[in-house]
Structures are given as C-alpha cells and as structure tokens.
Ligand binder design. Structure first.
Ligand code: GUN
Ligand code: ZN
Length: 434
C-alpha cells in the first residue's frame, strides 16, 4: 500500500504567473487539503472531499496554518553563513575584507561540512526547501554542500566558484583547473538523488577571458546544467568590468561572447542594465535573480521588478546570504516589496509569494517538479502560522481576506512564522527519510 498523508489547512495555489495572468490566477481554500502519496502531491482539494475520498490516509490538521510550497532561494553563498551581517563595506571592499578570508577556510573539509550543515539547518528552519548556492573554489566545499543536502533529502543546486584573477592566491584556480574540477564535480553529483550541479564563474572581474571561455565550453557540453554568476550589481563594478574587458559591448557581453548566456543562465542582482543587455537576456532566456536584502545592505541599487516583469523576463528571488542580511525568504519578500515601492510599484502578496516559490523554480528550470501545490509536484512544503508574534497576530486578526491575512507575515515574519517544513512529504521534525 502506498503511504498517503492528508495535510489540512489553508491552501494557496497558483495556476499561472500573477505578473502575467493577474492575481486571479491564485486560488485560496480556507479549509483545503493536500494529499501526498509517496512524497509526491497526488491531489489538491477541499479537506472534506479529500478526507472522504481517502479515509485511510494519515491526517495532519494544521488548522488555520497556511500550506505553501517550500520557499526556493535562487542565489546564495552558503560559505558566507558565518559572516552574514558584516558591517560597513560596499561590494568590492566587502569581498576583500570579509568574504575572501572566510572562503579560504573551506579548503578544510571539516570546516566546510560544519558550515554546510549549519546553513541547511538555518535555511530549513526558515522554510526554504531548495537553494541554489555558490560554494568556494575548493572541491571540498562542493562535496560538503551536496553531502549535507543529500542527507536531508533536499533538491539543491550548487557549484564550485571559479576565479583565476583579482582574488587572493589561495582562492585562485586557472582556466584549465576550473574546467577540469567543475567537470569532475558535475559528473559526480549532477542528477544524483535530487542534486543539480551549476557551472559557477563567480563574476567577470575574477575570471580571465580564458576562464570564462573554458566554462562556456563546459556549459556547451552540459546544457542541462544551470550556470550561475553575478551581473551588474554595483556601478563601480560595472565600470571595472568595462576596463577589464575593453572588447566587450557591456557587462553581459563578457559572458555572452564566452558562451555563458542562454537558457538555464542565472544572473544574480542584474540591477544596472542597459537596454541592449535587457534585450539579450530576454532573447536568450537568461533568468534574473533579485536579491533585495543584499542590494540594500551592500548599497547596490534598486532592481527594476516592474519593468523587467512587464517585458517578460524570467525573474527569481533570493537571499544572497551572506551579502544579504537574512536567511529568511519572508524577510526577502518584505525587502522586495520595499524596493519596488521605492520605484513606484506595490507588489501584491500573490506576486511576492509566487516569486519565492514558482518564480524561483522557473528561474532554476525546475518548475515542472517544485514550487507549486499541484498534482505531480514534489511535496516540499512550508506551513506558516499567520499570527506568529503578538504584533503580527493583532494585525492579521483584522484581515478581511487571505491577502490581508498573509501580508503582515510577509512584512514582519521570520522563522517564528514557520510552523512546519516537509521534504518529500515528511516533516523535518520527524527527521530525514533518507
Ligand atoms: N559578486 C561577486 N561575488 C559576490 C558575492 O559573494 N556576493 C555578492 N553579493 N556579490 C558578488
Ligand atoms: Zn551572490
């Protein structure tokens, strides 16, 4: 007999993309049910109908808890877990002062394992069930990332960060070793259990043209893998890139001419873009990853969510830990809301929740298996308490619809709002199934 679990609570399902199809594409059920069979969502419906149809299913009733797909964090750096919230620097100084010294320590497998385990525990406690992470230049850091994800049964994306210039000696590889090591790691981990390898040139300033081309060649051999990098985060970084690559038309072109622009490309930040870059990103189906807490924390700028979604770009949402100031996708949605407000657009809670789930899943090209409450999807779920603190509870108790009930949690919530997290249907409280 297949194992069936019926989860009962409020449910919110998205049939489409609310940026494109309007918020009517969301369906709310105040007493809904999610039937999970062998780790996969089998049916969505009302609690009563599903109970009747599946009398033998084990029932978990969350009352007014809101059942959502687990959050998907489309860009972060797990090795920066222990240096999150480091004071007072902008991007390049922040990298040199805090980030690079910390990343050097990941040549030690024990350190890498300790931080990877800590990172996943914090992330899961925040309701994040899938991440796309940079590792460090060391293969050991990639091994630790995938081993800890695998232990927890997670769908996870990671890759060795490649750098062959403008970084400390201890953090530099070469064009050839970046290719060889990335390929060996890809062959070892991509497609194992729920794991996915991402080819990872850190960003144009820390790679020579030769290295970008070597990684472009590897991506050409493995187009099924994502490729993650950074793009146009700060204006002085953009100016630096144009000095380093005088032959390039713009920042994106440093990737484009190396074969690093295409479907499955994940471009973190993407704030200071020219019209040509926007056109090329759209044409080649690159995904832009919005990192709002990082963009305010490091002082990078205001992502053009309204314009970019209107022109049909693929957009995901991410914490950018530890340039970002929180591990929480709720805090990240709040920052996305505030940044959009500063640009004159109020994002609807439906849009924010969609970005943190189906939107990020689409950016990762995993939107056929995670990020939605729908039959056939993997049952990676988060259950939110919409009254997790007295301040939130007193506001949500006045709500006249689900959006007003959930918005205080989006704006003021954190890990205290996470009532349960399920990986392939199984609560993390019960331990991991694998
Ligand atoms: N650009 C290149 N590397 C990094 C990084 O680690 N964090 C952020 N925010 N931007 C980067
Ligand atoms: Zn980053």
């Amino acid at each position: 007999m297949a194992e069936e679990i019926l989860l009962i609570g409020q449910t919110l399902c998205f049939d489409g993309d609310p940026f494109h199809d309007g918020i009517e594409t969301a369906r709310h059920d105040a007493r809904g049910g999610v039937l999970v069979r062998d780790g996969i969502i089998a049916e969505i419906g009302t609690a009563d109908d599903l109970r009747q149809a599946h009398p033998a299913a084990e029932v978990v009733d969350y009352g007014e808890g809101l059942i959502l797909p687990g959050f998907i964090d489309a860009h972060l750096h797990y090795p920066q877990t222990a240096i999150i919230a480091s004071w007072g620097k902008r991007l390049i100084d922040w990298l040199n002062t805090y980030t690079f010294p910390e990343e050097i320590a990941f040549s030690d497998p024990a350190h890498a394992r300790e931080i990877a385990a800590r990172f996943f525990d914090i992330s899961l406690a925040n309701g994040t069930t899938t991440v796309a992470s940079y590792c460090t230049i060391h293969s050991e850091s990639v091994e630790a990332f995938f081993e800890e994800a695998q232990k927890r049964g997670l769908r996870a994306v990671g890759g060795k960060t490649c750098m062959d210039r403008n970084a400390p000696d201890a953090l530099r590889d070469t064009a050839q070793s970046a290719y060889d090591d990335s390929r060996a790691l890809l062959e070892r981990w991509h497609g194992v259990d729920r794991l996915c390898y991402a080819i990872t040139p850190r960003f144009a300033p820390t790679s020579t043209r030769e290295q970008l081309e070597a990684l472009g060649a590897l991506w050409g051999e493995h187009p099924e893998c994502p490729m993650q990098t950074h793009l146009s985060e700060q204006t002085d970084e953009v100016a630096w890139v144009s000095g380093l690559f005088p032959e390039a038309r713009d920042y994106l072109d440093t990737y484009e001419r190396a074969g690093l622009l295409g479907p499955g490309g994940l471009y973190g930040h993407a704030i200071h873009l020219s019209d040509r870059e926007r056109g090329a990103l759209k044409e080649h189906e690159g995904a832009l990853v919005h990192c709002p807490t990082s963009n305010t924390f490091i002082g990078s700028g205001l992502f053009d969510m309204d314009g970019l979604t209107r022109e049909g770009q693929i957009v995901g949402l991410a914490t950018d830990t530890g340039g970002g100031s929180s591990f929480s996708m709720l805090r990240t949605m709040a920052a996305a809301y505030e940044v959009a407000q500063l640009r004159g657009r109020a994002l609807h809670p439906a849009e924010l929740l969609w970005l943190a789930t189906a939107g990020s899943a689409r950016a990762l090209r995993m939107n056929d298996r995670i990020g939605r409450l729908a039959p056939g999807y993997e049952a990676d779920l988060v259950v939110l308490d919409l009254g997790s603190t007295p301040a939130i509870a007193q506001r949500s108790s006045r709500a006249s619809d689900v959006w007003e009930a959930v918005f205080p949690t989006i704006m003021m919530g954190d890990d205290r709002a996470v009532r349960d997290v399920r990986i392939m249907g199984r609560s993390v409280e019960q331990g991991f199934a694998v």
